[in-house]
Design a protein around this ligand. Structure first.
Ligand code: PBG
Length: 325
């Protein structure tokens, strides 16, 4: 047996205790962030067809949901508002008494400082054309959009957001938002930038939930092409230089290599967004009995952690936290 190896990897896999003791990656609810949708003008939570188990919330039901999440000790929540009235400038996004700011205030009141309250910062849910910025001749005007983003950030910080998370992929957005927050006295408000966000086909269910699909064209003039990774590193470097406290890669699963590269290169706090289409695919297969929801979800989240995510924004957050408890 001289040729048989004296090192047998299976020894450390023999019992659940051994496997746990030598696990390289941990998953716990404190690493998970739950997205929440709040819609103006509805009386009851409204189920999102393409995202089984999730709802567009009322102001009351979003607070109740936040309370249930806090009992499961998640890292936090990220809020998306769906206003009743949209216009070309997306003016409801920065309205101090708009649905998003009212929801932020209510959720922050409920959660206090024990859980992080994030505000997604974008215009697509608020504009009548569904693009993430201000249009000039049917194209998104980068610098006019930056001004709007600054006002939205200030309104969100004022409403109690611990973190604002710009997702519009405009050039210079992190610097512009940081400057606007500081000038308004919110130097403590933190910034999580969607640094490497791809023009992905996996956002479809979200656009149903947030009612923010573009009315014409697509987002490829501001979001990245799926094949580019060096571009993601340049985007991330810029965001960090402009003052991003944490950076994000989105989507997660088809971009785990990008996530790993961002983490290794910058050693910055790093989040990944396990997006709506990823959730929908898993849930659709699970509903048909083709895969096991619990096992597939925990494997998915573990893989995103293994690839370098400190935080995962995921629609699986609530159930995963229950399974992990
Ligand atoms: C807004 C925004 C989008 C998502 C998060 N913020 C949609 C988009 O860029 O079209 C997608 C999230 C998901 O699919 O879960 N810009």
């Amino acid at each position: 047996m001289a040729s048989f190896p004296s090192y047998r990897p299976r020894r450390l896999r023999r019992t659940s205790g051994l496997r746990r003791a030598f696990a390289e990656t941990s998953l716990d609810p404190a690493r998970l962030v739950a997205p929440l949708f709040v819609k103006e003008g509805i009386d009851e939570p409204s189920p999102i067809t393409s995202m089984p188990g999730l709802h567009q919330h009322t102001l009351d039901s979003v607070v109740k949901e936040a309370r249930e999440l806090s009992e499961r000790a998640l890292a936090g929540v990220i809020l998306f508002g769906v206003p009743a009235h949209k216009d070309a400038a997306g003016s409801e996004a920065a309205a101090p008494d708009g649905i998003s700011q009212r929801a932020l205030r209510a959720v922050k009141d409920e959660l206090g400082d024990g859980m992080v309250v994030m505000a997604d910062l974008c215009l697509c849910e608020y504009t009548d054309h569904g693009h993430c910025g201000i249009l000039q001749d049917a194209a998104v005007d980068n610098d006019a959009t930056l001004e709007a983003y600054g006002s939205i950030a200030v309104a969100q910080a004022e409403a109690g957001a611990d973190i604002v998370a710009p997702s519009g992929m405009m050039d210079g957005q992190v610097g512009a938002i940081r400057a606007a927050l500081d000038a308004a006295g919110f130097s403590e408000a933190a910034l999580l930038s969607y640094a490497a966000k791809y023009a992905s086909s996996f956002y479809g269910p979200f656009r149903e939930a947030a009612e923010g699909a573009p009315r014409f064209g697509d987002r490829r003039s501001y979001q990245q092409d799926p094949g580019n990774v060096r571009e993601a590193l340049r985007e991330t470097a810029l965001d960090i230089a402009e003052g991003a406290d944490a950076v994000m890669v989105k989507p997660a699963l088809h971009y785990l290599d990008v996530l790993r590269a961002v983490k290794d290169q910058f050693h910055h706090p790093t989040a990944a967004y396990n997006v709506s289409g990823e959730y929908a695919m898993l849930m659709a297969a699970a509903e048909r009995g083709w895969i096991d929801e619990r096992a597939a979800t925990l494997e998915t989240l573990t893989s995103i952690r293994r690839a370098g995510a400190d935080l995962i924004i995921t629609y699986h957050a609530k159930k995963a936290a229950e399974w992990l408890a």
